[in-house]
Design a protein around this ligand. Structure first.
Ligand SMILES: [Fe+2]
Ligand SMILES: [Fe+2]
Length: 134
């Protein structure tokens, strides 16, 4: 069962960003399925590491787009990104220390991120971009 399903409403209209969002959703679902089926295992650390790297790179891309645009909510948007990265870092630390992974917490965090962050922050960026074009 997938944790997150891609929805067309997630598309923010910047192809590179949408492509990365879809890639992140696939990776998150793969990690989550693995955790549900097998519990924390040696692959969990690799998955979490890869997820963290890809999400960081993705945020950097989005922040670059916002900086180039002179986006008015860059600071708030960036803060949201940092909160999510902190959350993943905590889960990684716990996985490292106790060789376990709190999949409920990870699932909740990622689900909230895609649901809320996409709907609010990324969607607002999208309408800002559209206004710029017109
Ligand atoms: Fe974002
Ligand atoms: Fe994003």
């Amino acid at each position: 069962m997938s944790l997150i399903e891609w929805k067309d409403s997630y598309a923010i209209g910047i192809p590179a960003v949408d492509y990365e969002h879809q890639g992140l959703i696939s990776l998150i679902n793969e990690l989550y399925d693995d955790l549900i089926q097998r519990g924390a295992n040696e692959r969990t650390h690799r998955f979490l590491g890869e997820l963290f790297t890809k999400i960081s790179a993705h945020f950097a891309l989005e922040e670059e787009v916002m900086r180039d645009l002179g986006y008015d909510e860059l600071a708030e948007h960036k803060e949201d990104h940092e909160t999510l990265l902190d959350g993943i870092r905590d889960i990684m630390d716990l996985a490292e220390r106790e060789n376990s992974c709190d999949e409920q917490r990870l699932g909740g965090l990622l689900d909230t991120w895609f649901g809320e962050h996409f709907r609010n922050r990324d969607a607002r960026l999208h309408s800002f971009l559209n206004q710029k074009k017109n």
